[in-house]
Design a protein around this ligand. Sequence first.
Ligand SMILES: [Zn+2]
Length: 312
Amino acid sequence: MDEERRGVYPFCGPCTAGSEAWRAAEAAGPMGARFYGHRDVCENCGSSVRTLYNTVLWIPVSKVGTFRIVPTGGRSYVGRRVVDPPVRTVVRREPVSAIVDHPELDGSPEYKQAEVYWDENEPGQALPFYQAALVEREKVLAADDPATLRVRLRVAQGLLATANYGRAIAWFELVTPQLVDVFGPHHELTRAATEATTGARLMVGGPRSEARLLADIVAADTESLPSGDPQVLRDRAALGKAQLACGDISDAVETLSAVVRDAPSAHPDTEVYRAALIEACTVAEARGKKRDGRLVDTARQVLSRADAPTNR
Ligand SMILES: [Zn+2]
């Protein structure tokens, strides 16, 4: 697959292959993090391997990990976590899809046309056909059926290719944990999704711009769609995650609580949204601010609703 070989801008192919997508947490003040060292400079892309340490009063106290870094001017940079040793995937069987009972889905004119455009490297042209095929699939297959996930990923890639970055990010964030669950973390589809998320984020330019973009998208969504619509839920969940990445933790808890409250129970997508809310609550609790405490209590109530699934 050429997604694998090309490399994620600004990293070259080999540097991309030896690392994985990583989003730096924003840190300020005496508690922070700092890079040390500078080795394995790449002649292709100019990146180098540096070690990140947590610091207290600017003194390194614990190692976070090693990263391949490209400076982007001033104190900013883009980084990828170095994967070492090279990932040896446990042999995993291709997951079984219920599509064997629905051969008409792979035979539908929309799906076939979408595949033709995709194979011709025309993801934008393929997008509306994949979107139509996805509607048909989600009527008869589970949202996290392998055959549904393949088309969901194509929809996300089509949105990215047509510069719909916010909606693409929302799809990638929903679909990546599902790909990890169903295909495994090192499957080419999972890697394609994580790399594309990084690409979309680079185009948007940082969590602050991402949150602004997604807030506009959610505002547009809610003008035309009911609050429980899958698109509203997906875009709003991405907004919550971007708020968390900006450090707007109480906003994130509030946004993600609304998503989980409006999401249908016992749906695979709701599991992803619940996990995001739990993560936001954990961050808020670690910070221990009073206003966050009330929001977390409300969030915990939403999470423990009687009809909430207790396991998968
Ligand atoms: Zn390189």
